[in-house]
Design a protein around this ligand. Structure first.
Ligand code: 6PG
Length: 476
């Protein structure tokens, strides 16, 4: 065969990736379970480059130059396993199977191991940027062997987004590292979205502003430190009018947030690793709360509010406070997400370069933002940086907003506006910077009821107090 890369699974993401490869001059083998979809791709977009359509998986594989590079773009889960099972007997040692779906990283670790036994490379790859990104330049996060990246990487880099000429694609690390990093990307995406939603709610309730008015605030914010795709999207969504009712579009959208699972996976993994990603966790739980219909029905009009009435004498100052609180909370969420990447990298032996991750998230992906440049620089200055918000640039940025952040969280509490992500991020900030935390009391309690022992501030060793006896201290 002659095709340089193949794509199987031609729903919108696979279709757009195939077109992106073709537009970059690659000869692209294309295959789909139902052949009609393959045919329609070639009919509609055949003029964009060179496609080699095949009806059967065997012909598809045969149409590829060796070592073969097959991108699988099907639904994560059993569908991915089914396609892999069909592919493996048709492939030869050295061939590369790329899973570009949103797989859960433990599945990727398992599949990589299984394919390695056949002499095949399995590259679990995060792809972010939705349909538009897949076509015009996504952020790409490939895992797998360095050897596979040597031949596959240049092709993926060619079709990725570019920022200042730098591709938003790099080899993340072995086996599940690529899908892991994509998972954390999505967790951060959840936190970003929740923080934006809380800012919107505060402006709405605090100022009594309409959706389009708040849209203008977001559009203005998008010209400063907060400049990012999600802020831009928010401004557009808030400005949109529902055709059927003539009302602001967001006012006719039901307030129950859904998810496909990547945020949940991020939180589950953070619990396993013991990394406090409170911003992402609160964002994920906030979606769950919004969808808790029976609980919300039971509480509505029953649980007293006992709140103060809003009185915002200086709307401009309030808007600026909310902006600063949003930025500070966002920094905390990213800082926590990067901590999780560091912990996973150590735990699973991945050696992930955090500066490189921030670099490939600057463009193409859903969380793309101007300030990711600053994160890249922080990790370049110090690859071992233990806490992102303790990097001098970010410390200065947070210090600038911390008073506003406190005012906003206090106002939210006083007026009964739920701001779980703003509030928990501030609590994390105060926790992580505390000279001394009340964990001393937790340790004392644990020792009291369970003889779980404690350490002392003044002496090395492990101790236990004989609480039920004469309360003398024993060295454990
Ligand atoms: C991306 C997005 C993409 C998808 C999310 C949505 O990076 O392009 O993150 O992967 O839009 O999976 O996630 P939820 O449906 O869980 O909100």
């Amino acid at each position: 065969g002659t095709a340089q890369i193949g794509v199987t699974g031609l729903a919108v993401m696979g279709r757009n990736l195939a077109r992106n490869f073709a537009r970059h001059g690659y000869t692209v083998a294309v295959h789909n379970r139902t052949y009609a979809r393959t045919q329609s791709l070639v009919t509609e977009h055949g003029d964009e480059g060179t496609f080699v359509p095949s009806e059967s998986m065997a012909d598809f594989v045969a149409s590829l130059a060796r070592p073969r590079k097959v991108v699988v773009m099907v639904q994560a889960g059993p569908a991915t396993d089914a396609v892999i099972d069909e592919l493996v007997p048709l492939l030869e040692p050295g061939d590369i199977v790329v899973d570009a779906g949103n797989a859960h990283f433990p599945d990727t670790v398992r599949r990589e191991q299984a394919l390695r036994a056949h002499g095949l490379h399995f590259v679990g790859t995060g792809v972010s940027g939705g349909e538009e990104g897949a076509l015009n330049g996504p952020s790409i996060m490939p895992g797998g062997t360095a050897e596979s990246y040597a031949s596959l990487g240049p092709i993926l880099e060619a079709i990725s987004a570019k920022v200042d000429g730098v591709p938003c694609c790099t080899h993340v690390g072995p086996d599940g590292a690529g899908h892991f990093v994509k998972m954390v990307h999505n967790g951060i995406e959840y936190a970003d979205m929740q923080l934006i939603a809380e800012a919107y709610d505060l402006l709405r309730q605090g100022l009594g502003a309409s959706a389009p008015e708040i849209g203008e605030v977001f559009a203005a914010w998008n010209t400063g430190d907060l400049e990012s795709y999600l802020i831009e999207v928010t401004a557009e969504v808030l400005a949109h009018t529902d055709a059927a009712t003539g009302r602001p579009f967001v006012d006719v959208v039901a307030d129950a947030a859904e998810q496909k699972g990547t945020g949940r996976w991020t939180v589950q993994n953070a619990l396993d690793l013991g990394v406090p990603i409170t911003g992402i966790a609160e964002a994920t739980f906030a979606r769950a709360l919004s969808g808790s219909a029976p609980q919300r029905a039971a509480a509505r009009g029953v649980l007293p509010a006992d709140t103060l009435a809003w009185n915002v004498p200086e709307p401009g100052a309030f808007i600026e406070d909310v902006r600063l609180a949003l930025y500070a909370s966002k920094l905390v969420a990213y800082s926590q997400g990067f901590d999780q990447i560091a912990a996973a990298s150590a735990q699973y032996g991945w050696d992930i370069d955090r500066a490189a991750m921030a670099r490939i998230w600057r463009g193409g992906c859903i969380i793309r933002a101007k300030f990711l440049d600053r994160i890249t620089q922080a990790y370049e200055r110090n690859p071992e940086l233990p806490l992102l918000i303790a990097d001098p640039y970010f410390t200065a940025a947070v210090s600038n907003g911390v008073a506003a952040w406190r005012r906003v969280v206090a106002a939210a509490a006083a007026h009964g506006v739920p701001t779980p992500a703003f509030s928990s991020s501030l609590a994390y900030y105060d926790g992580v910077r505390a000279e001394r935390l009340p964990a001393n009391l937790i340790q004392a309690q644990r020792d009291f009821f369970g003889a779980h022992t404690y350490r002392r501030v003044d002496r090395d060793g492990v101790f236990h107090t004989d609480w039920s006896g004469d309360r003398t201290e024993q060295t454990w």
